[in-house]
Design a protein around this ligand. Sequence first.
Ligand SMILES: Nc1ncnc2c1ncn2[C@@H]1O[C@H](COP(=O)(O)OP(=O)(O)O)[C@@H](O)[C@H]1O
Ligand SMILES: [Mg+2]
Length: 320
Amino acid sequence: MIAAGRWQPRVAILTDETGWHTRKLREALARRGFDGRCADLADCRFDSRSPTGLVIPGFGRELPVAAIVRGIAGGSLEQITKRLGILHALRESGVPVYNDARAIERSVDKAMTSFLLARAAVDTPPAWALESAAQARRILIREAAAGHCLVLKPLFGSQGRGLVRVGLVDGESVPLPDLAGFGGLAYLQRYVPPPSAVGYDWRVMVVGGRAIAAMQRHSRHWIRNVARGARGVAAPLTPPLAEIAEAAAAALGMDYAGVDLLPDAGARAGLRVMEVNGVAAWRALQRACGVDIAAAIVDDLLGRRLGIAPGASPRRDGAG
Ligand SMILES: Nc1ncnc2c1ncn2[C@@H]1O[C@H](COP(=O)(O)OP(=O)(O)O)[C@@H](O)[C@H]1O
Ligand SMILES: [Mg+2]
């Protein structure tokens, strides 16, 4: 732990991919006197013979003073259970985990996200999650009769992968595909049509309960993820946009969150929250807005979760 010069407490950046985001986080941590070290959750392990019961590569016999979760690779149910288990175990050991495993679990599960948003009275499109294809078809028919089509999404999907519109799509009837391709589960969300030919949605970054940056994503395709070619454009963070994004992050108990919203004239503030990302990327948003998001994340982690005032140096007992 004791470097030749200044002592630097170590923060784990848990990620399956090192690159721009991890570099920005390490730089922001270094500016505050912390050593950010990347570790892949796939390589972390339980070991009841180690003093902490855990082995985090790069941390020797010790645990980090905090952990930032930046990426979790896909894997088998067993592997994911172990990876999330490591996050739970860190929390149980008193290590602040940002975002907490419980918040990550809630947000990767789109059905749970819809449930928690609706329960917190955050405007979100109506959604259903069910295992019976026959029941799903009945919902499709009912929704089509009311003039709506539905989006069938992989429960744990990301980056716009695997989404299909079903029911009455542009005047044509699209049947429900075989649910085997969706893990035997129909997660259906009512489609919110765009107000014009080039549709858009919003991505708002919430850090420590406050919305700090927003962009619109423009695309002619109805799936408007930047990973799918949508164009990110800086957008003003209006009070209604900030308010609903903050409410969404709070409903899921997030330290930081990338909140996706759609314009919808039928919603109270003209906005609906479509998704909340607990392991959100922010490169496109930072490029569009120029806000230093890694610095905001690090300042919030150190201030709110570790009690270290801005400008203070870390102390050897881990406090500020
Ligand atoms: N209910 C919906 N109505 C209209 N567009 C939607 C809806 N759901 C998803 N989309 C489009 O698909 C994109 C990806 O959906 P999202 O739920 O955010 O999943 P992912 O986790 O793959 O990003 C959204 O950014 C949006 O452009
Ligand atoms: Mg999304």
